[in-house]
Write a new protein. Structure first.
Length: 300
């Protein structure tokens, strides 16, 4: 599953090529993808009609992101909410060589050479190219909303905490949120309810950077430790975005290459290997159902 830095990298790549593009024609090949976001989705043909007709003639004016959702904003105020989930990808193929092909999300071999292909479920024909939504296992979704407010009213972002780069996300805010919680730090972060963007990879990396065990109960952290945790989030997330995320997430960048952040991983995926700091063997445990790697010497 891609994490926030990978999704943000894709958003940035797409932003360079589709802002200002006009939608000429839309084809939905799998009604389920545009019908709803649940796990058991019933294809809704009315949604498909709305999706295919209302978008035509509109211009893409903005591309934003909330947690791991990409929001395509149109000149009428209509919005498309895209969540790639485990195996979705977005590909932009330009009409001519003046623009770069953008391919981001789960790697799908066919998409390198042939578009649309058997995994293509939505095609937006644009005046400067075509945008494809491809998804191997169809867990992802692309939903049409009349406005950005309608997304909020739908409760789509209701449980999300702050974005790590939001100026409201401060060390004091984090301390306030952690002080009474009798939950392991990693479990709380994975829930995304305090701050978004810390999935399995970045939770482990942030905890290592902060020198704090991911299993520590939030309410046992000292003020100094909370500050260190905060500073580690503010350091690691932008760095990971800058590197295009981690290739280990099996996620391709906008230009089809892999993210570089994996080479900075200190603990994630390194169970049984030696700690770069102290040379002791890295340990692992399971927290909230996720493999968690840490150094018992460097992290307290
Ligand atoms: Zn160590």
């Amino acid at each position: 599953m891609p994490e926030l830095p990978e999704v943000e990298s894709l958003r940035r790549s797409l932003e360079k090529v589709i802002i200002g593009s006009q939608i000429v024609r839309v084809t939905v090949k799998h009604p389920k993808i545009v019908s709803s976001s649940g796990t058991t989705r019933v294809p809704n043909l009315a949604k498909v009609v709305e999706f295919e007709t209302d978008l035509v003639g509109q211009k893409i004016i903005r591309l934003t992101r909330r947690a791991k959702n990409i929001i395509i904003e149109l000149d009428s105020g209509n919005c498309l909410l895209v969540h790639l989930k485990m195996t979705g990808q977005l590909v932009f193929e330009p009409l001519d060589n003046s623009l770069q092909k953008v391919l981001g999300g789960h790697p799908i071999e066919e998409s390198e050479s042939s578009l649309p292909n058997k995994h293509t479920y939505i095609i937006w024909e644009l005046d400067n190219g075509a945008l494809f939504y491809n998804d191997v296992r169809q867990f992802g979704y692309v939903l049409f909303y009349s406005s950005y407010q309608a997304i909020l009213d739908d409760g789509h972002f209701g449980t999300f905490g702050l974005e790590p780069m939001d100026e409201q996300f401060t060390a004091d805010f984090l301390a306030q949120k952690l002080k009474d919680k009798k939950t392991p730090i990693k479990t709380l972060f994975l829930a995304q309810s305090v701050v978004v963007g810390l999935g399995n990879i970045y939770c482990d990396e942030v905890c290592f950077e902060a020198g704090i065990l991911p299993t520590r109960m939030c309410n046992t952290l000292t003020k100094k430790e909370t500050k260190k945790l905060y500073e580690s989030i503010k350091k690691i997330i932008p760095k990971a975005i800058g590197e295009g995320g981690s290739s280990i997430a099996n996620y391709l960048l906008g230009d089809g290459s892999r993210g570089n952040y994996a080479r900075y991983h200190n603990v994630y995926g390194r169970k049984g290997k030696k700690c770069f700091e102290c040379n002791s063997v890295l340990m692992s445990t399971v927290l909230a159902g996720r493999t968690t790697v840490y150094c018992e010497i460097c992290q307290k």
